[in-house]
Design a protein around this ligand. Structure first.
Ligand code: ADP
Length: 830
């Protein structure tokens, strides 16, 4: 096929960026062609067209940010190939080139980033049994690194929201990887590259240093300048509570298990006022602390904020802050706009205000808040003042839409502006003078971009035009002329305006340089603002939902009084529950019918432990906890979670992970394990797994099951107790009390629950008949109390009848008490 010159140009650029979707500017559109076009049409849901048989899809240049962002979020890379020349007359082929390759992990452009989420680029350097892992948020310059045994890779990966992975050519880790994959030559993974920028970094983690080296190499190739990068921080320093990907999902930390947009722990917690605070809080949720002093330090800060009356000062000041960490990144790539600078100045002002507010806290000021106050006081106030003195108010969104600099700030600029005003005045005056001199009453001075300034003369007056004027343009009803004086003035004006633009740029880049010089200080201020915002958010939540401060001890006791599920309590009349697992108790089997509240209870315990280790107050009247090293949560493998594996296989894989990973300091939550197979297999496996956890691992385990047979584990195994979710019969219907009580529930009510679900009556009858048959066969595994509640024409319990008959309004306190004793007697069948 004969290619047009434009298509040849396209192909040359595309050949240089085969891995990216090439956005090729044609006038007002970025066009994509061939395979790229098919991807773009599908992902962006735009029309796929075709020209001369070539598939193409285009997006308006104006809205390119939005579309690029969507493609990046879906894991694609985009090469931007704009027109580098203005279309002019006579030019056939415009110059175009790829000016920037955006990849999911290297974006720093404001418009292409999600403000609420860290966007990480990570690299891995494998070496023997260990891996070096390094990660960076290109948009804020925060760099982390860690060296771990390869087996810990999935757990580390789970807490990093990695958008793009950089691996040495052809290498892949075992297990599932989420994110775009990028191969780089092994030579990029070099310690020297890191050492050149941070000579002191990662002395005892050579593999991590090489991974970090690869990140620097890749960022240099995609973003360019890297001076906003901050020295790498060891990722697991101080210790974090390990939550694997399954646990994150089953506790619905960031995303609901089913559907989209439902409430999550994070959506409940997030009462932050800034994007940087929001991202930090999200990090805290995925990586709570695992060291008691660090947790107590955060709790101290939250408590002090909660008890203070500072919200009135903190909220408005925080709300004025910009996304400082990401603004820093734009500063080094020359991407700051006047609006950015104004936002920066506002933020530094707010930082000073916040430092002042914190200073009013009564002594002793908790350590974290004192540290934040110090960091905020160190904000470069002079920079803020200078920016405010210099910038026009309001600042224009971009440099060419000036004026950028205020009058009175720079004498040279003022002089140029004065000159421009004088010349403009002269040009205006010239109109009147020329009218007088020529006697043309309709004469006007006009301006356009192509011809500059001119005199406009209408046709009837053409004869009066002086002979030394030059004709510039003919129109239907007149002609345009210039004169020597007008040309002179126009030249003077153009020179003044050029001078103004140049001077404005100089002054603006001077301010930007000041920002660059302050990068390190700004990094510290950004950290402090984010932390203060996140801490205040926790305090706000605690106040609003009446949370209390958890107590940590070195004993492995969990004691929760009136605990609630933080998310479920938002949408229901919630029944609080207690839990007391002493040091010697390792496993609680929680039985009870379906829908009785087992799962909510289990997750509530896990969430209380997680919140506590984040340094948050917790939804309970009281909570005493040990510091856990890991939390494992498995809720009955739903189809949504298994991703193609059979439910049973998935369950067993997860169980294996727990048995191998849990320690005596872990918290394990297992919900309905063994459902995916036959009753006998499932029960036997659940039994063996529970026993192993209780006897060998010695972690704290909550084990919910509808296999009532598992309750007998307590008889066989020390350290195992039974709990049950209480249900009662009411007129032949089952009523859930949502109370978790000691011991084994009496009945399983399965068929009653089926009736609630409106199964046809014939089916229920048949089920009852089958059940009667099974239950008439003696089975050693089934406890004697396994009787089902009669399903049809049930007799009302005498206690219930008594309750129905009583009129509480007519009872004296004494009679009420007597009645209570009678009820208990009836309940006990006396
Ligand atoms: P199970 O795991 O026993 O099948 P769930 O824990 O899923 O039951 O609870 C079923 C429903 O009961 C939940 O969706 C919730 O609406 C309600 N529920 C559970 N626990 C409570 C509680 N403590 N207070 C109020 N409602 C509850």
């Amino acid at each position: 096929m004969e290619l047009t010159p434009v298509m040849r140009q396209y192909q040359a650029l595309k050949a240089r960026h085969p891995e990216a979707i090439l956005f090729f500017q044609l006038g007002d559109f970025y066009e994509t062609f061939l395979d790229d076009a098919e991807v773009v049409a599908r992902e962006l849901e735009i029309v796929l067209t075709s020209r001369d048989g070539v598939p193409m899809a285009g997006v308006p240049v104006r809205k390119a940010d939005l579309y690029v962002q969507r493609l990046l979020r879906r894991g694609h890379k985009v090469a931007l190939g704009p027109q580098l020349e203005r279309p002019g007359q006579g030019k056939r082929l415009l110059k175009r080139d790829v000016v920037r390759v955006l990849t999911p992990g290297t974006v720093i452009e404001d418009g292409a980033l999600d403000a609420a989420t860290d966007v990480l680029l990570a690299a891995v350097w494998p070496d023997g049994e260990r891996l070096g892992v390094a990660w960076v948020e290109a948009a804020s310059g925060e760099l982390g690194a860690e060296e771990i045994p390869s087996t810990q890779f999935p757990a580390l990966a789970a807490r990093l929201p990695v958008a793009e992975w950089v691996f040495p050519d052809g290498w892949r880790p075992t297990g599932e990887i989420v994110g775009t994959l990028t191969d780089r030559p092994a030579a990029d993974f070099s310690r020297d590259r890191l050492a050149a920028r941070f000579p002191e970094a990662l002395p005892d983690a050579p593999r991590a240093a090489r991974a970090a080296g690869a990140l620097l190499a890749y960022l240099e190739a995609t973003v360019g300048d890297l001076s906003h990068l901050r020295p790498p921080v060891r990722g697991l320093e101080g210790g974090t509570l390990v939550l694997d990907a399954f646990t994150q999902r089953s506790l619905e930390l960031l995303a609901p298990l089913r559907g989209e947009g439902g409430p999550t722990l994070f959506s409940l917690l997030d009462r932050t006022k800034t994007a940087m605070g929001r991202r930090l809080l999200k990090r805290w949720v995925l990586a709570p602390l695992a060291s008691r002093p660090a947790i107590e330090a955060r709790l101290d800060a939250v408590e002090a904020l909660l008890q203070s009356e500072l919200d009135g000062a903190l909220v408005p000041a925080l709300s004025r802050c910009c996304d400082l960490p990401r603004l820093r990144a734009r500063a080094v790539t020359g991407g700051l706009s006047p609006v950015d600078l104004a936002a920066l100045a506002r933020t530094l002002d707010a930082a000073a205000e916040l430092a002042g507010a914190l200073a009013s806290l009564p002594a002793p000021v908790p350590e974290r808040l004192a540290a934040l106050a110090t960091a905020l006081r160190a904000a470069p106030a002079a920079l803020a003042a200078d920016v405010q003195r210099a910038l026009a108010d309001p600042p224009p969104p971009s440099l060419d839409l000036g004026p950028v600099i205020r009058d009175g700030y720079d004498p040279a600029l003022d002089a140029l502006r004065g000159e421009a005003d004088v010349v403009r005045g002269r040009i205006a005056a010239l109109e009147g003078e020329a009218r007088q001199a020529t006697g043309i009453p309709t004469l006007k001075v006009g301006y356009n971009r192509v011809f500059g300034y001119y005199f406009d003369v209408t046709r009837p007056h053409l004869a009066k035009v002086p002979s030394d004027w030059r004709r510039r343009q003919s129109l239907a009803n007149g002609e345009r002329f210039s004169s020597a004086e007008l040309d002179l003035l126009a030249d003077r004006l153009a020179a003044a305006e050029d001078g103004i633009a140049k001077r404005e740029r100089e002054l603006f880049s001077g301010l930007c340089r000041r920002v660059e010089e302050a990068l390190a200080a700004l990094g510290a201020v950004g950290d402090a603002l984010a932390e203060l915002d996140a801490l205040r958010s926790l305090a706000d939540l605690a106040r609003r939902n009446r949370y209390t401060r958890p107590r940590f001890t070195d004993r492995s006791r969990i004691r929760v009084v009136e605990g609630r599920h933080p998310v479920v309590e938002e949408v229901t009349q919630f029944v609080p529950n207690d839990l007391d697992l002493g040091q010697e108790v390792r496993l609680a089997v929680v039985t009870g019918p379906n829908m009785a509240g087992k799962s909510v209870f289990l997750r509530q315990v896990a969430l209380i432990a997680l919140l506590a280790q984040m340094g948050s107050f917790v939804p309970a009247a009281e909570a005493e906890l040990p510091v856990f090293d890991r939390i494992y949560t498995r809720v009955g493998a739903s189809d949504a979670l298994t991703g193609g594996l059979s439910t049973f296989m998935a369950e067993m894989t997860e169980a294996a992970e727990i048995l191998n990973g849990a320690t005596s300091r872990s918290l394990v939550i297992l919900d309905e394990l063994g459902r995916g197979t036959s009753t006998h297999d499932g029960m036997a496996l659940a039994w063996a797994i529970a026993r192993h956890l209780a006897e060998r691992v010695g972690c704290k385990t909550l084990f919910a099951t509808h296999y009532r047979e598992l309750a007998r584990l307590a008889e066989a195994t020390p350290g195992v107790v039974n709990l049950h979710a209480a249900a009662r019969e009411w007129k032949g219907e089952v009523v859930f009390l949502y109370r978790i009580l000691p011991g084994v529930g009496e009945r399983s009510y399965g068929i009653h629950v089926a009736r609630l679900a409106e199964l046809p009556e014939e089916v229920l009858r048949e089920a009852q008949r089958a059940l009667d048959e099974v239950e008439s066969v003696p089975s050693p595994a089934r406890p004697a109390s396994g009787a089902q509640l009669p399903l049809f024409g049930s007799e009302e319990h005498p206690a219930v009848r008594a309750l129905r008959d009583v009129d509480p309004d007519r009872l004296t306190p004494r009679e009420a008490l007597d009645f209570l004793y009678r009820l208990r007697a009836l309940a006990e069948g006396e």
